[in-house]
Design a protein around this ligand. Sequence first.
Ligand SMILES: C[S@@+](CC[C@H](N)C(=O)[O-])C[C@H]1O[C@@H](n2cnc3c(N)ncnc32)[C@H](O)[C@@H]1O
Length: 263
Amino acid sequence: MSGKIDFDANAAKAVEAMYLTPDVVGQRVTVLDALGLAPYEHVLDIGSGPGLLAEDAAKMVGAEGRVLGVDVSDAMVTMARTRCAALPQAEFANCDATKLEAADGSFDAAVSTQVYEYVDDVDKALKELHRVLKPRGRAVILDTDWDSIVWHASDAGLMRQVLACWDDHLADPHLPATLARRLKRADFHVSRVEIVPMLSVGFQPHSYAAGIMRGIRSFVRGNAEKHGLSEEDIQRWYDDQLRLAELGAFFFSVNRYMFVATK
Ligand SMILES: C[S@@+](CC[C@H](N)C(=O)[O-])C[C@H]1O[C@@H](n2cnc3c(N)ncnc32)[C@H](O)[C@@H]1O
């Protein structure tokens, strides 16, 4: 595979495992807290993935509320439907963020975490988000800026090459830097921007850092040539991280940026 990630059944399982780690569970708590859902509300989760956030949101809005999760990946939609099978207020559909199949003004709130960075035309997606929200509707958006990464390695040059290749997995690996301006251009009022860090000082096997290490190794393997990387380079990069982990010298940090906006 080349280019962006294909969220097939295997990728869906890998994302699910990574998003069940305490790091990402904590991120969901922060996002849902900012969204401030109440019973009866109608909520849209754009790029709902494994359905973990939609499940929590469905419990918050209750049986009289509604959560619609949309995603372009059939594997993700299937996983989310299975996860939320006991919550009839949660529905899922295959739909693109730039062409939402929803009426104007139909949601009290919308959320999109780690999705717009994959979207080629973010401005179109934000227009769609604005269209489907009710007047004064709230939106919470969270994306990573991969320029914020601090990741210790024995060979800093090799780390830079690997991360340059990893940048190719997204349409925009630095979206947060322009998102506030784009939201304003789409007629949103941005009330809050916050950093949500992913930080591992020392290696924990059940962590976002451990999951993303495996994800990067797999993606870079399929896209290495363009960046002058060989299979041996990638293995050397991965083994170095395992060695640093054994020495107690593992350090990983990257920032996600959360934007709270209203229509
Ligand atoms: C990293 S996952 C995040 C999943 C979920 N939002 C979460 O935080 O748990 C990214 C998801 O965005 C979806 N996605 C990517 N491009 C999309 C688009 N244009 N429209 C809708 N979903 C999209 C992918 O299929 C994938 O499920």
